[in-house]
Ligand binder design. Structure first.
Ligand SMILES: *[C@@H]1O[C@H](CO)[C@@H](O)[C@H](O)[C@H]1NC(C)=O
Ligand SMILES: *[C@@H]1O[C@H](CO)[C@@H](O)[C@H](O)[C@H]1NC(C)=O
Ligand SMILES: *[C@@H]1O[C@H](CO)[C@@H](O)[C@H](O)[C@H]1NC(C)=O
Length: 522
């Protein structure tokens, strides 16, 4: 092996070591705080939870974490992964979040409040670059200045996010509106839907998208004491932008706020869970009164048969359908919770509360397309399959544990020193050989086969005047070339390796406490 190759391999191994080290440290379990009025968004088989409010009704803080949904798990043994250290959002609650964006794999968050209103209107989290951005929303000034909270965000299959009603907190005194804002999550334009025939303004209602592209709305309140009933229910047709009202029959549930609504697996019903009558300070519903379903054939309510260990009711939680389960996260019931509940809704004759999630009988969700940026022009789509290591391999370390942070810092110092040393060595070697200047990235791009991916999708301050990052980036790029041979042995594609290095750079950036404000300006 030539001296040159030896050097590349050594450098590559060092980076791998650092990656492995950080991977090990991240495995320290993260215990989320209890919360309500958070958001819970399923993207790429991960349930992302953001912020929310605690018992004293104060924001929980800059909490951002996810639950990777394995094929099987038990709710008593959840493995949460903390991403709070890359969160750029102020603490908040009552926001609306969906999966959307150009890649249909980006978390889009609208509205919410932190009681001062000092938040941007929309934030996006790219799973591709593991970073948050604040996109510029285009549209009428009258629309892009409306911020609302305690509303539901419903996304259709064209990437449009429907933001009906809620409390318009610009006035800071619970001003319930019934306007329909429509955020196109692909071109980041805010539009407006019809309010003709729309129900009165309200917040903390229940809503979900039905298979015929209508959104069903029900419940909520206009005032602390003024509950809205669950009869009638309201349908908003996203195709022709029109409202209709449906009178319901059967066992109509009492009025409630902070409930959740999900579609049944057969698309013939919606299932509601929890909420509170809200009149006597967050009174809980009884378990018997907490779950109902509404037939979409005849709009008749009934109480479905449930079995298993029936839990207490909850309010201000979130519910997602994952596989054959209604997955209920956090909320108040009557004390605040930090767990999830599973209701198996696969059998219409009997829903089963369970602790065991098992996806073995589920259809596998298609792999998401390679993503691109939501804040800038879409890139030419790559024909490569998405890298597995980029979606599940490297995650920034948890900030909850001191040892992890210390480990990461020591690790990055060690890695930095080693890379600097080898970088210097390479530099000398290059100089001696009178070779091209590898430290010039443009030249590097000009004659090498490998293009570092996602240059524009990475919101990290690449061009920040940090002498720390430039030299580190360059040797990392060089290794890709030399590391090819050994990488093949480990069945690592160049792309994966690049992704790892990119993730690594990001981790190091955070480890070095790089200010997130530069992300804002990006
Ligand atoms: C709301 O966010 C702003 C801006 O980040 C911050 O200055 C303020 O302290 C936050 N308020 C609360 C109650 O957290
Ligand atoms: C996004 O993905 C969902 C499935 O998760 C799909 O139903 C929807 O149509 C997709 N949206 C777009 C804009 O492709
Ligand atoms: C919108 O479409 C629905 C369903 O096709 C139809 O019943 C309704 O009359 C339409 N409304 C308008 C205003 O066109």
């Amino acid at each position: 092996m030539s001296q040159k190759n030896l050097m590349y391999v050594t450098l590559w191994l060092l980076v791998q070591l650092l990656v492995v080290e950080i991977n090990c440290q991240m495995s320290a379990p993260y215990k989320p705080k209890t919360r309500e009025k958070h958001t819970a968004t399923l993207i790429d088989n991960k349930l992302y939870i953001l912020s929310g409010r605690e018992n004293n009704r104060i924001d929980v803080g800059k909490d951002f974490f996810y639950l990777e949904i394995p094929d099987k798990f038990n709710t008593q043994n959840l493995i949460w992964k903390d991403l709070s250290n890359i969160d750029i959002l102020p603490p908040h609650y009552g926001a609306a979040a969906v999966k959307g964006g150009v890649d249909n794999n980006t978390l889009i968050l609208y509205g919410g409040t932190n009681d001062t209103g000092a938040m941007d209107l929309v934030y996006t989290y790219s799973l591709q670059s593991n970073s948050w951005s604040i996109p510029k929303i285009t549209g009428d000034d009258n629309l892009i200045t409306i911020r609302k909270e305690s509303l539901s965000g419903i996304v259709d299959n064209k990437g449009k996010m429907y933001l009906w009603a809620g409390s318009d907190d610009v006035s800071k005194k619970f001003h319930y509106v019934n306007n329909m804002l429509i955020l196109d999550t692909i071109n980041l334009n805010m539009g407006k839907g019809s309010s003709i025939g729309a129900p009165s303004g309200r917040s903390l209602y229940g809503a979900t998208l039905l298979s015929d592209n209508t959104i069903i709305y029900m419940g909520g309140h206009t005032d602390i004491e003024q509950l809205l009933t669950l009869n009638p229910v309201y349908l908003y047709n996203t195709i022709n932008d029109s409202w209709s009202t449906k009178t319901t029959s059967g066992k109509i549930p009492s009025g409630r706020v902070g409930l959740s609504v999900v579609p049944g697996l057969d698309d013939k019903r919606v299932i509601i869970f929890g909420g509170t009558p809200f009149t006597t300070d967050y009174a809980d519903l009884t378990p018997e009164d907490s779950i109902y379903e509404l037939s979409l054939d005849n709009f008749e309510w009934r109480i479905p048969k449930t079995s298993g260990q029936i839990p207490k009711s909850r309010m201000f939680h979130k519910a997602n359908v994952i596989g054959k389960y209604m997955v209920i996260s956090f909320g108040r019931g009557p004390s605040l919770e930090s767990d999830i509940l599973l209701l198996d809704i696969s059998n219409n004759d009997e829903y089963i509360w369970t602790n065991e999630f098992d996806s073995s009988s589920l259809p596998t969700s298609p792999a998401p397309p390679p993503s691109s940026d939501t804040t800038s022009k879409p890139k030419v789509p790559s024909s490569e399959p998405p890298s597995t290591s980029s979606s599940s391999g490297v995650v920034p370390p948890s900030s909850s544990s001191r040892t992890v942070m210390i480990g990461a810092i020591v690790g990055s110092l060690f890695g930095g020193a080693a890379l600097s040393f080898i970088g210097f060595f390479l530099y000398k070697w290059n100089k001696n050989r009178n070779a091209r200047n590898y430290y010039n990235n443009d030249e590097y791009h000009g004659h090498e086969i490998v293009q570092p991916p996602n240059d524009t999708t990475n919101h990290q301050p690449r061009s920040a005047p940090s002498s720390d990052h430039q030299p580190r980036g360059t040797p990392a790029s060089i290794i890709i070339k030399g590391g090819q041979k050994s990488a093949n042995d480990k069945k690592l594609t160049l792309r994966e390796l690049q992704q790892e290095i990119q993730d690594l750079k990001q981790i190091i950036t955070q480890g070095n406490k790089q200010s997130t404000s530069s992300i804002r300006n990006n």
